[in-house]
Design a protein around this ligand. Structure first.
Ligand SMILES: CC(C)(COP(=O)(O)OP(=O)(O)OC[C@H]1O[C@@H](n2cnc3c(N)ncnc32)[C@H](O)[C@@H]1OP(=O)(O)O)[C@@H](O)C(=O)NCCC(=O)NCCS
Length: 301
């Protein structure tokens, strides 16, 4: 008997509407509070559309609920549609639709002080530093006259960071919460060293450091990998692998480097093996940390 084919689930993004209330070149921003998302940062008056509700009706409802304005649907002009990538901490994707309103009656009032710390007018060309990045991007698109954009897809989530930025994760993941100063390595400031961070939204969730130090008995230049740490809640999601691959691509642009090596902790042997590293020592003990083996990977020439 043939199995009944199951119906493929249609992917659903979440639609949201945003009010770009304009007074000349000033735009009304709302500072988020107590919501668990981007609190302390500026956004626009906005909200999710309800089932059966048109986008403009949704916007008029949000305008009334959040700032007490009765917006006429005729005064609500579509300005921009943004399709926005969702991070793993904030799925799924969003379909954000921005509407400009230039004519309205009355003054906006903060009707939801539990969720909005303040309403404030800003020059659209001089937005505050603590504005949510995709809102800033949307407003820029509107100034440029663009009516469609996408945000967050293929954005670099790995980038170079400073030693200081590595310390909280080194401390939490590798050093049992020891003070940051005890999580520094003597080689941290060494010439040619670099540190990589993996970001989920704005949050740094993985770090790794690289030093121009060749392996013991190899004459050619090499790189030592140290301080590889992924936040406990993010382990096993491909972040360690992405950091190693990013570093290898960066290192490979320097033709003379032939290998990358590390003192691998026992719990990380399998991880390094999966990334093409092989063992080049017996097990040895590092004080207060535990058993390790030296592992090395030869880079393509
Ligand atoms: C070790 C560590 C850096 C790996 O990073 P991660 O983001 O958790 O690992 P990833 O999800 O990128 O895993 C990549 C690959 O390694 C494998 N892997 C990772 N940890 C593994 C483990 N403990 N056992 C078996 N396989 C493992 C994964 O299955 C995956 O395989 P795939 O590429 O075939 O899918 C991270 O788990 C960590 O910070 N651990 C605690 C601190 C630590 O030990 N640091 C290393 C010091 S030397």
């Amino acid at each position: 008997m043939q199995a009944t084919p199951t119906k493929r689930e249609t992917f659903k993004a979440v639609p949201a509407v945003y009010l770009v209330l304009l007074k000349g070149t000033k735009v009304l921003l709302s500072k988020r509070a107590n919501t668990g998302y981007e609190d302390g940062n500026y956004s626009l008056v906005a909200g999710h559309v309800e089932a059966g509700e048109s986008l403009r009706a949704g916007l008029a409802r949000e305008g009334s609920e959040e700032i007490g304005l009765q917006l006429s649907e005729d005064a609500i002009e579509h300005a921009l549609t943004m399709y926005r990538f969702a991070s793993s901490s904030n799925p799924p994707e969003r379909l954000d639709v921005f509407f400009v309103v230039k004519n309205w009656q009355g003054e906006p009032e903060n009707k939801e002080p539990d969720k909005c710390a303040e309403l404030a007018w800003f020059d659209i060309h001089k937005l505050p530093a603590n504005i949510i990045p995709y809102i800033k991007h949307a407003l820029k698109q509107i100034i440029f006259g663009n009516s469609f954009c996408e945000f967050g897809f293929n954005m670099p989530i790995i980038k170079e960071i400073t030693v200081e930025e590595t310390l909280p994760l080194r401390s939490a993941v590798l050093r049992d919460g020891k003070p940051f100063d005890q999580c520094r390595f003597a080689e941290d400031g060494q010439r040619g060293s670099f540190h990589l961070g993996y970001f989920d939204d704005e949050q740094l969730v993985g770090v790794a450091s690289f030093y121009e130090i060749g392996f013991d008995n190899i004459d050619e230049p090499g790189i030592q990998l140290r301080g590889m740490a992924v936040d406990n809640h993010y382990q096993g999601k491909g972040i360690g692998k992405a950091l190693v691959q990013f570093a290898e691509q960066k290192i490979e642009s320097n033709q003379s480097i032939t290998h990358i090596w590390c003192n691998a902790r026992k719990i990380a042997y399998k991880f390094y093996e999966s990334q093409g590293f092989g063992f080049v020592s017996e097990e040895f003990e590092i004080d207060e940390v535990g058993p390790h083996r030296k592992m090395i990977k030869t880079l393509k020439q």
